[in-house]
Structure formats: structure tokens, C-alpha cells
Design a binder for this molecule. Structure first.
Ligand code: ZN
Length: 72
């Protein structure tokens, strides 16, 4: 009888450990912060600010558009 009770306790501990590890491995929702976006002063396309080619005061999507400047 004592062996049977020990078996039940061991199963309960294993079940609790598996549940705890599943809960811990779940990734948190929205872990990444939203990325800042900017607009190309030449063609008007929106793209991540980190990829911009900067002029004195304006952002461009590529080196060619920076050379061409602001399109009116
Ligand atoms: Zn552009």
C-alpha cells in the first residue's frame, strides 16, 4: 500500500513539473517594441527609421533618392 501511495505522489510531482515548464517556455506576447517608421522625402514610401539614409534634416529610402533630393 505504501508503494502505491509513493507511486501516486511521484506521478503528481512529475505532472506538476511538466505543467510548470510548459508555462515558463511560453513566449510573452508583444515582446518586441514597435519600430519607428519614417517616410522617404523623394518617393514617399514608408520604411523603418533604422534603414533610412539621412540628409541634413530629411530621411530617404536609399542613396539614389538622397542624391535626387525632395521631389515636388
Ligand atoms: Zn525613396
Amino acid at each position: 500500500m505504501a508503494k502505491f501511495l509513493l507511486f501516486i505522489v511521484v506521478l503528481a510531482v512529475i505532472y506538476a513539473l511538466v505543467r510548470a515548464s510548459k508555462r515558463r517556455s511560453k513566449p510573452p506576447p508583444a515582446a518586441r517594441a514597435p519600430e519607428a517608421m519614417t517616410r522617404c522625402a523623394h518617393c514617399g514610401v514608408h520604411f523603418p527609421s533604422a534603414e533610412s539614409v539621412r540628409d541634413a534634416e530629411r530621411d530617404y529610402c536609399c542613396e539614389d533618392h538622397r542624391r535626387l533630393g525632395v521631389r515636388s
